[in-house]
Design a protein around this ligand. Structure first.
Ligand code: DAH
Length: 425
């Protein structure tokens, strides 16, 4: 299992992101005039989508989120995930994990932490990035990496988007759990919607003054003690190590790793909150710590779930294996159906990005798309670059027919050609 790559935090993967996506601008071509065959095709391949949902008390219509407008890059398949709130289901691995973390905080801090798990995932660019000091040129702000509803509104790409607002509202101890959205590649540990939990604790001078150490060291020490306790609560008596890292919103910043199933596994990112964030929230005499963790990454190892798509499965053979309060029951694969591989090669253009390709594949094949992998890449004497991608199609619930896969692949080829500004080979 490639757990070291599992989805958890963006900012700790900055260098990876930079090498993969930097300098590429987003030019995802929305077909300008949708021909009738285009409409037909879309109808056939798009999933049925409820047209109005309620999110954190706010009513949201499809037209509010999915629009044929160059500042919008939210596809129907993403709209169909809004409001599913897997983390609020007590019988679901993500809900079971969330509850286990809540239980740790409730017992260790006598219910002092306020808990939020129903905040609307549609947030402003300011909340998602500016309020947590993400630099103006950070790659995570690009249309290639983030879902934009319009130029000032996004689907949150991390639960840190709620830090500043909750601080301003006077909360000093809180946990925020929610679905987060990122444009990304396709493999067993990446899915464009996943779940995170954010934790924040604010201290006042009384807390650290008696200790005789400076406020930052005091917060860092408390943070490490708290999170080591959490890791033991979830994983038992494991070996742990702290790695220094960088996040825009904390200084110093750390990652916690545990030695589990013979591998070092990154569990979370954390640090002492940047003073500027506290100051802007009206807290000038305080210090705080914060952490963020990816629920899928932890649930995959705790429950032995081999593919991130399974979290979305409604197949009873999956759902019936988990019950409320049962953390770490090992998932038993009900069957393994063979994957089917199809290759697609094309000459890319300047604006080509792998995330745009993956969006098309996901839009057509949905959760049948298991992996999209670049298997060949060369530039000819004329300077034209060719990419060959291998797409793995596999259902976790049934065998796919040749006809069905050929149909999917045919549609992928058509849309890649018409929407990505590339030339098929
Ligand atoms: N928001 C970060 C991410 O998604 C995770 C994170 C790291 C949250 C450190 C924090 C923190 O609050 O202190 O990559």
């Amino acid at each position: 299992m490639a757990m070291s790559l599992a989805q958890a935090t963006i900012f700790s993967r900055t260098s990876l992101f930079l090498s993969r996506n930097a300098l590429r601008s987003f030019t995802f071509c929305v077909p300008s005039s949708s021909s009738s065959s285009d409409n037909l095709r879309r109808k056939k391949w798009s999933q049925p989508v409820a047209s109005v949902l309620e999110l954190g008390g706010v009513k949201i219509a499809r037209e509010d989120v999915v629009r044929d407008d160059p500042t919008n890059n939210v596809p129907d398949i993403i709209f169909s995930r809004l409001g599913m709130q897997l983390h609020r289901r007590d019988q679901h691995p993500l809900g079971i994990l969330k509850n286990a973390i809540h239980e740790y905080f409730d017992t260790s801090y006598s219910n002092k932490f306020d808990k939020f798990d129903d905040l609307c995932p549609i947030v402003s660019v300011k909340q998602n990035f500016d309020d947590v000091l993400v630099p103006a040129d950070h790659v995570s702000r690009s249309y290639n990496d983030t879902y934009y509803v319009d130029s000032q509104t996004v689907l949150r790409c991390h639960t840190s988007a709620h830090q500043a607002e909750l601080l301003r509202n006077g909360h000093t101890h809180f946990l925020v759990t929610g679905d987060v959205y990122r444009r990304d590649s396709i493999d067993s540990t990446h899915y464009p919607v996943f779940h995170q939990m954010e934790g924040v604790r604010v201290f006042s001078p009384d807390d650290w003054e008696a200790s005789g150490i400076d406020s930052t060291s005091y917060a860092a020490e408390d943070l490490k003690k708290c999170l080591e306790g959490l890791a033991r609560h979830l994983f038992g008596a494991v070996e742990m190590r702290w790695i220094d890292t960088y996040f825009p919103f904390t200084n110093p910043s750390f990652e916690l790793e545990i030695y589990f199933q013979e591998k070092w596994l990154e569990v979370l990112g954390c640090g002492v909150m940047e003073q500027e964030i506290l100051k802007r929230s009206g807290k000038v005499n305080n210090v705080a710590w914060a952490f963020g963790l990816g629920l899928e990454r932890l649930a995959m190892v705790l429950f032995d779930i081999p593919d991130i798509r399974l979290f979305w499965s409604t197949d009873e053979r999956f759902t019936s294996q988990f019950s409320k309060g049962q953390l770490g029951v090992k998932f038993k694969s009900f069957s393994k159906f063979p994957p089917c591989y199809k290759d697609i090669s094309f000459w890319i253009s300047e604006s080509f990005t792998e995330n745009n390709l993956c969006e098309i594949v996901r839009g057509i094949a949905g959760d049948l798309a298991e992996e999209v992998q670049l298997i060949d890449n060369f530039t000819n004497k004329k300077g034209m670059t060719s990419h060959c991608y291998r797409i793995a199609y596999r259902s976790m619930e049934r065998s796919l027919t040749d006809e069905e896969i050929n149909d999917l692949q045919w549609n992928v080829r058509e849309q890649v050609q018409s929407r990505l500004n590339v030339v098929l080979r």
